[in-house]
Design a protein around this ligand. Structure first.
Ligand code: NAP
Length: 252
């Protein structure tokens, strides 16, 4: 780690919005730890390694750290590994998230549990693992990726909307708890962003969604990453407990 470089940990950073955030923070001079999840279905390790290469191309350090954020021991071990390799974590971006969409009447209870576990409890696990170090050092940035559906609700997403709305309560409460310690806690609420998550939505439904967006198009991962980079910067020092919408005007 360079003397004046900050270390950022980004969860779910092997692709999509998380990958864009990792590279964007690197552009601002952060060393970056890229969290990825071992899956049987796809080679996330190789994807995370590709993101690490893109980070190192910005002349900063990168490491890839495997952990399921719902596993508290794995999260604590990940934080220790990052701090040994790169130094104290100054910026946490809780980005990892999943959807399991069904109307409430048809929603299998285990899909309720898993979405809350990953999107909300996973973020809690990561915050819990880093917050003491940040308050002791007197500087920190905790940024969680919520969603526009936390604010407006969405058909077929009771579990996802509840998890993302829960993140806002978590964010605002922790913001109050650590406000005197130099740590800010904020959320970014993206609208519809072109990633694999939204590519799973049927084409006709996507067209209907885009028709409701005042700016007439989905956002790109970099649009979210730019908002995160601002909240992570020194310039955002007086902003805490805020929910920053990045949604093309779809919800105001
Ligand atoms: P994505 O392409 O599906 O990527 C999500 C990432 O999170 C993947 O790398 C995934 O790994 C990882 N992940 C899932 N469960 C995990 C776990 N238990 N532990 C560690 N990592 C885990 O999604 P995205 O579109 O980039 O979304 C990123 C974040 O933005 C999510 O929180 C999402 O809810 C939020 N968001 C997205 C949109 C949008 O329109 N795309 C809008 C609003 C908010 P795997 O590959 O193993 O699944």
């Amino acid at each position: 780690m360079g003397d004046d470089r900050r270390v950022a940990l980004v969860t779910g950073a092997s692709r999509g919005i998380g990958a864009a955030i990792a590279v964007r923070l690197a552009r601002d001079g952060c060393d970056v730890a890229i969290n990825w999840l071992r899956e049987k279905a796809r080679d996330n390790e190789a994807e995370a390694a590709t993101v690490a290469e893109q980070v190192r191309a910005m002349d900063v350090d990168a490491i890839c750290v495997e952990a399921d954020i719902t596993d508290r021991d794995a999260v604590n071990a990940m934080v220790r590994r990052v701090e040994e390799a790169l130094g104290p974590i100054a910026v946490l971006v809780s980005n990892a998230g999943i959807t399991r969409d069904r109307t409430l009447r048809k929603l299998p209870p285990e899909d309720w549990d898993r979405v809350l576990e990953v999107n909300l409890t996973g973020a809690f696990n990561c915050m819990r693992a880093v917050v003491d170090g940040m308050t002791e050092r007197g500087w920190g940035r905790i940024i969680s990726i919520s969603s526009v559906v936390a604010l407006m609700g969405n058909f077929g997403q009771t579990n996802y909307a509840a998890s993302k709305a829960g993140l806002l309560g978590l964010t605002k409460s922790l913001a109050r708890e650590v406000a005197l310690k130099g740590v800010t806690v904020n959320a970014v609420a993206p609208g519809f962003i072109a990633t694999e998550m939204t590519a799973a939505i049927p084409h006709d439904v996507t067209e209907q969604i885009v028709a409701t967006i005042p700016m007439g198009a989905m956002g790109e991962p970099i649009d979210v990453a730019n908002a995160v980079a601002f909240l992570a910067s020194d310039e955002a020092r007086y902003i805490t407990g805020h929910v920053l919408s990045v949604n093309g005007g779809v919800w105001m």
